[in-house]
Ligand binder design. Structure first.
Ligand SMILES: *Cc1c(COP(=O)(O)O)cnc(C)c1O
Length: 395
């Protein structure tokens, strides 16, 4: 049994709240750290507001759990984090625009003393010039596209050239060489092995030449599937939040979901057979029943695609979401006899009693991945950081 346990049953009901268990993030990081066996550093990926969990609290918990670095996608995310973590290494993994009207992305990232990605000679030259004028020595990670087909340089000769130029230029510091996998989450993927082979072939000799160079390639899935991908650093996002990169039950890989999405039963009403709930009358009571109304909807990130296709936990039992998901409300069928009263806590993602609804389950119903489920929780949902020990049944 994983999740936040039951101790929040006593707190007054919230319209829509995401409880973020910092203890779980910390333990997930420790667990990943054990996987690394001390030979590689854990970089906690907290882009997109920490996959919806809150970037700052997630980062703090991850560092507490042994992460040594943080990574984000955008310069704006990096500058926010820098205010909170003055000393931590932060890698901005994404493309940085130059020549904007105000200070551009690359100036902001460097101003925040972040490490940045480079893969074009012109961009490296620009960064070096900025290093000269600002007297900051930009730390650059040369990105090799081994098959992802997005950012990075494809030609290994050009990558080697970039590494040489960066190492010889006094105005920049060559910090890393890195890549990213396209199919690490597909257990039988041979393409994963190809990408890793390509990367190791290029990067290991470079490391001989430049011993201080950091080689990094692995995301969560790669970290869990292949120690040969660990190298000097792993960049883990999804797993630190206790979500399974392979879309199975996170418990099977000893990961503990850190987020619980809750609402409460604001009204309980009697439905006669044939009465309908919500827009378009997309559900009609097949028999006399009780319907609970929960004040949470797609304006909070509960996707409309879950209309007539989700389960919600109330009082430790699963009830079907019925009718159309509205912007601000959903309805659940509580059955012909119910003891559920207005004010009861409802769990949309998380555990209650012996039942749990995983983000992976919600993702499956929506034909998407757990990443999009938690990242899609909208700002109207209050994030509340809690720190809970693991809930053990019978403890
Ligand atoms: C998001 C991201 C990661 C983290 O991936 P997870 O699958 O969440 O572990 C690592 N590297 C890069 C380049 C990324 O964009």
């Amino acid at each position: 049994m994983t999740g936040l346990g039951v101790s929040h049953e006593d707190t007054p009901p919230h319209r829509a709240v995401a409880l973020v268990n910092l203890g779980a993030i910390e333990r997930n990081c420790r667990r990943l750290g054990r996987e690394l066996g001390g030979g590689s550093v854990l970089c906690a990926v907290v882009k997109a507001d920490g996959y919806g969990h809150g970037a700052k609290v997630a980062a703090r918990a991850a560092l507490e759990g042994g992460a040594g670095w943080l990574a984000v996608a955008a310069a704006s995310e990096a500058t926010e984090l820098r205010l909170e973590f003055p000393e931590t290494r932060i890698l901005v993994m994404g493309a940085l625009a130059t020549g904007g009207r105000s200070a551009d992305d690359v100036e902001n990232a460097l101003g925040a003393r972040c490490d940045i990605a480079v893969w074009r000679p012109e961009f490296l030259a620009h960064v070096a010039e900025l290093g000269e004028t600002t007297l900051l020595k930009p730390r650059v990670h040369v990105k090799y596209d081994t098959g992802m087909g997005r950012l990075g340089e494809r030609d290994p000769e050009v990558v080697r050239d970039l590494v040489r130029v960066a190492s010889e230029d006094e105005r920049v510091e060559l910090a890393g060489v890195w890549t990213h996998f396209a199919t690490a989450d597909e257990p039988d993927s041979e393409f994963f092995d190809e990408q890793l082979g390509r990367f190791r072939e290029l990067a290991l000799p470079l490391k001989e030449e430049h011993p201080e160079l950091m080689l990094h390639a692995a995301n969560s899935a790669a970290t869990l599937r292949d120690p040969a991908s660990h190298l000097d650093m792993v960049r883990c996002g999804i797993a630190i939040y206790g979500l399974d990169p392979f879309q199975e039950d996170p418990a099977e890989r000893e990961l503990e979901p850190a987020l619980e999405l809750r609402s409460y039963v604001a009204a309980v009403k009697r439905f006669r057979e044939g009465d309908s709930a919500g827009y378009g009358r997309a559900w009609r009571a097949p028999r006399d029943t009780w319907v609970g109304v929960l004040p949470i909807g797609y304006g909070d990130g509960v996707r409309r695609g879950l209309s007539n296709d989700a389960d919600v936990l109330v009082g430790g039992r699963r009830y079907p979401l019925v009718g159309t998901v509205s912007m601000d409300n959903i309805t659940v069928d509580l059955g012909p006899e119910t003891e559920v009263e207005p004010g009861a806590v409802a769990v949309l993602i998380g555990a209650q009693g012996a039942q749990q609804v995983l983000a992976e389950e919600v993702a499956r119903r929506l034909d998407t991945i757990n990443y999009e489920v938690t990242t899609g929780i909208l700002p109207r949902v209050n994030r509340v950081a809690v720190n809970e020990t693991r809930f053990d049944e019978g403890a």
